[in-house]
Design a protein around this ligand. Structure first.
Ligand code: ZN
Ligand code: ZN
Length: 121
């Protein structure tokens, strides 16, 4: 067994590092193997801006300090939350409006009903 054994980046089978082609999935390895492994590694990790620890590129939250990360995903989430709370506010406003309306209608109905006037006239 030589030391030049690597995992195929495409099918994850163990193959010889000097092979041009994976014998399992037949992907061309000659040029791309090191490049692919490197870029995928670098693409996956980044530094947390607040504690400088390495975290996953797509992490929404730093696992070291809990800092919310500025990813597309987290932005979407924050926007969603804003949207949700705006919706909630809207609902509350409507609920308020409706309870006022019902209150006013109830008073108006009460004032307009005969028994009320019969008490006085
Ligand atoms: Zn393969
Ligand atoms: Zn952090």
């Amino acid at each position: 067994m030589s030391n030049n054994i690597i995992k195929c980046p495409f099918c994850a089978e163990v193959i010889q590092a000097d092979e041009d082609k994976c014998k399992f999935c037949e992907e061309d390895l000659s040029a791309s193997i090191n490049e692919k492994v490197n870029t995928s590694k670098m693409g996956l990790m980044k530094k947390c801006p607040s504690c400088k620890e390495e975290i996953k590129q797509d992490a929404n939250k730093c696992k070291h300090c809990g800092e919310i990360q500025d990813t597309l995903e987290s932005k979407k989430q924050i926007q969603q939350q804003k949207h949700e709370s705006a919706k909630e506010e809207g609902k509350k406003a409507w609920a308020n409006w409706w309870s006022w309306l019902i209150g006013i209608v109830a008073i108006w109905f009460l004032l307009g009903s005969d028994w009320y006037w019969d008490l006085f006239f």
